[in-house]
Design a protein around this ligand. Structure first.
Ligand SMILES: *Cc1c(COP(=O)(O)O)cnc(C)c1O
Length: 396
């Protein structure tokens, strides 16, 4: 049997995390070495930090199309998701007695587990299905919305299959029912243009490390006038809503990364072409493959394919031996051997969901990376299938 050799390193798992962009690392450095004051201190060393904080908030909010005082920095996407969903649901229960939460079946665990926590608090949670292509079933959403609905939480772009949801339309329906609208835009921000007002959402979460900033920084957009329950009690930072001395270096890094991503939106066309070339190659040349998710309404860098008669975990390990990083399911669900809840929601049987591969390309990837995946993947798939007692052969 052919040995797996490594001739190159190809990182194709940008939906799990991205490296910090050199421009971002550089923009952060002064806030470790020179501008290290506490933004709440009144002497000049503090005021200098406050000025930098204000400027970062202004730059970040401009990219998202919101006002600076509508943006709250958090420790990441997970915190922003927890805050928006739990805070929003509890707020609507207190103000209007509403106890119904609506989400989708394909959300990130940060949203799914927050919904379960709300269920334990007495909320009723409806999980609206997606169609075969991974787009929300809008008729089911219409039937599910009612006068008791406190909040609707539907992600903008999915982390496993990259599908982009019609958030504008969902916001409209949620508001017609008098509910709040929250979207987890962690995968979308940086990959497609995001304008909070065009989307019509009340809240939107994002995370730095998915767009070239470090891990451990994110933000929640909260529409002006909406004052859901504050999230962390303490010294009153983030306009009293999320206490804790501001992480200025990381906040400056996030602002830089957001601007950088916005300035590189044109590169997404190149990334889309690389993704499509890889997809075409696989579908034409490797038999028994399934293309998961909508072919056009998806993030430009995302590809999700199921190889029948293969375990995704084995595929991941052999590709790693070849120097290629991809994932099977999402990084969180790959800690367990459960098939991905997203692929199951598409109606894929468990054994086909098990053999899935997610490739997520970004600015750092080149045509040579795609060539290398094309060079290595078919042999590895054949090798794994040749060990499967149930593989019917390439022509079947
Ligand atoms: C990565 C991710 C999160 C979590 O963000 P962290 O900053 O890692 O906590 C939430 N939602 C989606 C869709 C993600 O891809």
């Amino acid at each position: 049997m052919e040995e797996v050799t490594k001739e190159r390193f190809v990182y194709a798992d940008n939906a799990a995390t991205t490296p910090v962009a050199p421009e971002v690392a550089e923009a952060m450095t002064p806030y470790f070495t020179a501008v290290w004051g506490n933004p709440s201190s009144m002497y000049s060393k503090g005021r200098e930090a406050r000025k930098a904080l204000d400027s970062a908030r202004e730059r970040a909010s401009k990219v998202l199309g919101c006002a600076p005082n509508e943006l709250y920095f958090t420790s990441g996407g997970t915190e922003a998701d927890n805050w928006a969903l739990k805070g929003g649901a509890r707020f609507m229960r207190e103000k209007q007695g509403r106890t119904h939460v609506i989400t989708s079946t394909i959300e990130h665990p940060a949203v799914l587990r927050s919904c379960e926590a709300l269920e334990r608090e007495g909320f009723r949670v409806s999980r609206v299905n997606v169609c075969k292509n991974g787009i929300l079933d809008m008729d089911e959403l219409r039937r599910t919305l009612d006068g008791d609905t406190a909040i609707v939480a539907v992600m903008y772009a999915n982390n496993e299959i990259g599908t982009i949801q019609p958030i504008e339309e969902i916001s409209k329906l949620a508001h017609e029912a008098g509910a709040l609208m929250f979207t987890d835009a962690v995968q979308a921000v940086g990959s497609i243009p995001v304008d909070v007002n065009a989307l019509g959402v009340d809240m939107l979460s994002l995370s730095g490390h998915k767009l070239g900033a470090p891990k451990g920084i994110g933000a929640l957009y909260m529409r002006r006038g909406l004052k859901i329950n504050k999230y962390i009690d303490g010294g009153g930072q983030e306009r009293g809503m999320r206490s804790g001395t501001e992480n200025l270096p990381y906040i400056a890094g996030l602002a830089e990364a957001l601007e950088l991503a916005a300035s590189r939106m044109d590169d997404m066309e190149r990334i889309r072409r690389m993704r499509d070339r890889l997809a075409d190659y696989i579908l034409k040349n490797i038999p028994h493959t399934i293309y998961n998710g909508d072919p056009s309404r998806r993030l430009p860098g995302n590809l999700n394919i199921s190889f029948e008669y293969i375990e995704g975990e084995s595929l991941l390990l052999l590709l790693d031996m070849a120097g290629i990083c991809i994932s099977t399911g999402s990084a969180c669900s790959s800690n367990s051997l459960e098939p991905s809840h997203v692929l199951l929601a598409l109606g894929l049987p468990a054994e086909k969901a098990h053999g899935s591969m997610r490739v997520s390309l970004s600015h750092g990837n080149t045509d040579e990376d795609v060539d290398y995946i094309i060079e290595k993947l078919p042999g590895i798939v054949s090798r794994l299938r040749s060990m499967s007692p149930i593989y019917p052969g390439d022509d079947k």
